[in-house]
Write a protein that binds this ligand. Sequence first.
Ligand code: RIB
Ligand code: CA
Length: 316
Amino acid sequence: MNTRKPRMILDCDPGLDDAVAIALAVHHADLVGITAVGGNVGLERTTANALSLCDILGAPDIEVHAGQDLPLSGSLEHRATEYHGPYGTGSVQLREPSREATSKKAVEWMIDTIRAEAGIWLVATGPLTNVALALQRAPDLGDQLAGVSWMGGGTVGGNTTAGAEFNSWVDPEAAKIVFESGLSNLVMVGLNVTHTVLLDRDWIDQLGAELGEDPVAVFVDLLDYYELRQRRMTTLAGAAVHDALAVAYVTHPQLLGGVRRPVEIVCDIGPTRGMTLVDLRPRRHPDPPTATVVEWADVHALQQLIFDTLVGFVQS
Ligand code: RIB
Ligand code: CA
């Protein structure tokens, strides 16, 4: 059995659930580097948050490259501060990073790094702006990548609008470029599955008891805020840590699964803009599939994985 950690680039917009994704990637992947994108909050904050989280997780040497702040369309109606707080870290202001970003050329770095090494997984947990630009400038990347695992979209409508999930809604043009790029192993981890893996108040309290006063206990505050906001704003019975599942698909593939399906990204201006239209019809001769649409997850095992991973950072 291959026990080697998967080589991974994580493109993210931290972001409270992105923070959990970073923790999973630091612990369970061989993290080549992190690229930051504007999404939940602006690029300056997502970059600083990624740097600070690497410090907290005892990984101050992981490269962090700043990418694009705005979607390809050039404008953004709103960010997601109502869920992630004004700085993207709930009510917590993380300690200022110990260093500057490695570069402000995330897209160029992504292209050079993937061209230099075959078999890297590219996991994206924010809008696909950086990824789309990389694939547009270097279509050959698809042949090098082990796959692209994206937290975005879904088969049952959205969370930002009735039709669109936030990452897809922010930059549907980027999502369309990625989904039409011909990637052989594109994985969509959408709301249909991420809304089933929830962290409730008891779970968070138990984590707090385990983490005590350790620096990583800041995750209790991050998840506390996230759970409270989601309980106030949605009917979900806990915090949906969406982004963690896109990483877990790569590091723990036995815990999630899906079906290859045709997926179309709606870019028209109007109520369905940003929708990921998944063709679920039971046709004998469906259109060629675009992505593996994740449709099931081992909920308890994933809740335990996240718990054990965060506890695993406690400095003994
Ligand atoms: O819809 C959930 C996604 O939007 C997650 O990536 C979360 O971080 C927000 O960016
Ligand atoms: Ca995110």
